[in-house]
Design a protein around this ligand. Structure first.
Ligand SMILES: Cc1cc2nc3c(=O)[nH]c(=O)nc-3n(C[C@H](O)[C@H](O)[C@H](O)COP(=O)(O)OP(=O)(O)OC[C@H]3O[C@@H](n4cnc5c(N)ncnc54)[C@H](O)[C@@H]3O)c2cc1C
Length: 430
């Protein structure tokens, strides 16, 4: 008897068959067969988003892991076309070898381009949009087996203004096989860690702290009046960058000695290099491709809070901080620029991600989530689609002003919901 396949964290089962077509014609045949199918990337989501089929119905997943590798550069237009199933860690070094770069990366390079963009995955940076904001085009195999090229300049469903609904679509418009990304000349980044930021300084100087570098992350364990660390990822020798030596203190936090883990005292082997400049893709993610990212045994939750309510959100969580701390490995706070992608956590507003890496104990974690949501959702916070949350559909849907348009788009592409699942039905389609 074969064991049930699971997501990376092991908290979600993937019942049913996994199809791994090796070419476009086989993929088209699968999608034309009338079988219920759900695309899966690298399975790094913690929510039910990639689970096949609505509850009880038979369904299968389709992975692009065996599809031919496409990596093409249009240097004149600053575009790269890549296979959607490639991991960022397989795209970024190739881009750098050709002297190009992406604007940002998530904390790990292990995730597939289409899987990450489909859930609104983000890195950090006041002026940097989520990863999906780099997407200029999508090649999609639709539920009937047709191949469509979607872009803002194109015509037909999913093109023009509807492209804003197609990029972050939670697997609901078809199987994306290729993604065209905006690229820019390669650049270097240096990451510098500062320890022990007074919480009061965070409250007073939040905007200045989050804009102190190209990409800023805060790590906090809710253990009192001090935030564990401030990570500044500074762009070197390029527009928006700085060649100035960094100060020894930042708003009361002291420059750390040696390599630091996001989880204080944690293993530093999986981490990208700190303290010295290096290519963007070797500094923007916290974790290296050849290693287990993060703690490895964990659950994750995140809420994207409108930027202007971020301090309020952080302060609101303090009255339950001892309960959070008991179930937590670490919280990360990151920022992102507003975008126009209908199902993005940063749709229409600059946003701050308030993230929780939890101990792998659902009994301790799940009861906390409604209490966190009760504090954050009234501030307009949107749960990350790829992480664990408990807010019901009627609390989440009003947070997305273009949800009605997204629902119409998904239904146009997949009228019978053959590519949908219970999660997508509940939060977007029904
Ligand atoms: C250790 C760890 C660290 C993380 N760090 C971050 C972070 O820094 N920032 C952040 O925002 N998130 C982060 N996440 C969450 C993660 O980025 C998202 O869950 C992301 O969607 C995972 O990508 P994936 O390839 O595993 O997608 P999957 O989980 O496999 O799938 C996600 C969704 O994408 C759809 N999909 C996948 N492939 C395709 C395709 N070819 N065509 C159409 N739809 C497709 C699926 O149907 C599903 O709806 C982290 C997760 C882990 C485990």
């Amino acid at each position: 008897m074969t064991a049930t396949r699971r997501n990376w964290a092991g908290n979600i089962a993937f019942p049913g068959v996994l199809h791994e077509p090796a070419d476009l014609e086989s993929l088209r045949g699968l999608l034309g067969s009338g079988e219920r199918l759900r695309a899966v990337g690298t399975g790094h989501s913690f929510s039910d988003v990639a689970v096949p089929a609505p509850g009880g119905l038979p369904g299968a997943q389709v992975s692009l892991a065996r599809m031919p590798v496409v990596r093409e550069l249009d240097t004149a237009r600053g575009l790269a076309r890549v296979s959607a199933g490639l991991r960022y860690g397989e795209v970024a070094p190739w881009l750098h070898d050709h002297r190009f770069a992406l604007h940002n990366l998530g904390s790990l390079p292990h995730i597939a381009v289409a899987g990450a963009c489909s859930t609104g995955t983000h890195g950090s940076g006041d002026r940097l949009g989520i990863l999906a904001t780099a997407v200029r085009g999508l090649r999609v195999v639709t539920v009937g087996g047709d191949v469509l090229e979607l872009s803002r300049d194109g015509e037909g469903p999913g093109c023009g203004t509807e492209f804003s609904g197609a990029v972050v679509a939670l697997g609901g418009i078809g199987v994306v096989t290729e993604v065209t990304l905006t690229v820019e000349p390669t650049y270097d980044v240096v990451q510098t860690v500062y320890d022990d930021l007074p919480f009061a300084a965070l409250v007073e100087h939040f905007d200045a702290i989050m804009s102190a570098a190209y990409s800023v992350s805060l790590f906090h364990r809710w253990l009192g009046d001090v935030v564990d660390s401030v990570w500044l990822k500074t762009r070197v020798g390029a527009p928006g960058g700085s060649a100035d030596p960094l100060p020894d203190t930042v708003f009361g936090a002291r420059r750390a000695v040696g390599t630091q883990s996001p989880i204080r005292g944690g293993d530093t082997d999986p981490l990208t290099e700190q303290g010295t400049p290096g290519p963007w893709h070797t500094r923007l993610p916290h974790f290296r491709l050849g290693f287990t990212p993060s703690a490895g045994d964990e659950l994750q939750t995140e809420y994207l809070v409108p930027r202007h309510r971020a301090v309020e959100a952080l302060v609101a969580l303090r009255d339950m901080e001892s309960d959070i701390a008991a179930a937590l490995l670490v919280t990360e706070v990151r920022s992102m620029a507003a975008d126009d992608l209908w199902l993005s956590g940063a749709y229409g507003t600059d946003a701050v991600g308030v993230h929780f890496t939890w101990k792998p104990d659902p009994h301790a974690v799940l009861p906390l989530l409604p209490r966190i949501e009760e504090r954050l959702l009234p501030l307009g916070a949107r749960p990350h689609w790829g992480k664990v949350f408990t807010a019901p559909p009627d609390a989440v849907r009003p947070l997305y002003p273009r949800l009605g348009d997204a629902r119409r788009l998904l239904t146009t592409f997949d009228p019978d919901g053959l590519l949908s699942n219970a999660f997508l039905d509940a939060y977007v389609r029904d």
